[in-house]
Design a protein around this ligand. Sequence first.
Ligand code: NAP
Length: 137
Amino acid sequence: DGLARSLGVCNVTLPQLAGLTDAARVRPALVQVECHPYRPRDALVSWCHRHGVRVVAHSPLSAPGLLDEPVVHAVADEHGVSPATAVLAWHCTRGVVPIPSTTTREHVVANLAAPRHSLTDDQRDRMAGLADPAFQR
Ligand SMILES: NC(=O)c1ccc[n+]([C@@H]2O[C@H](COP(=O)([O-])OP(=O)(O)OC[C@H]3O[C@@H](n4cnc5c(N)ncnc54)[C@H](OP(=O)(O)O)[C@@H]3O)[C@@H](O)[C@H]2O)c1
């Protein structure tokens, strides 16, 4: 009916997204999925970036154990930031928009500042070692 100019979809698989894109007159502008170093969604992110679709990462920090990972602490130490900032910077460096939630004032400020930090290729490679195809919440 011409009431929507852009579409956002959430919690889709890559086949579902590709099917929707084929069928829809208006391509999705963004896709929101659970995404973090345990579940980087590489294929979906690459596809979206090739097709001009923005990826939004929900639940970027709350995967159990993520902020305790030694590699996350190491990367954080190299930047002089917290593990949470290192994870958020990992998203931003790969062109994904993380949407952390927080009830802590200091975390709001730190989370907004996280995109100032870019991970090096080496740091991204080390973070990639956290990917776990069996990850389930
Ligand atoms: N589309 C969907 O199906 C879906 C599903 C789940 C979530 N979401 C959305 O995703 C967003 C985030 O989800 P979420 O709250 O489940 O997970 P999250 O943002 O990954 O994790 C929130 C937790 O991280 C902590 N945290 C935030 N910033 C921190 C920091 N700088 N340092 C240390 N800890 C920090 C928070 O504690 P403090 O409060 O103490 O900072 C809170 O315990 C929300 O907007 C939610 O609506 C969407």
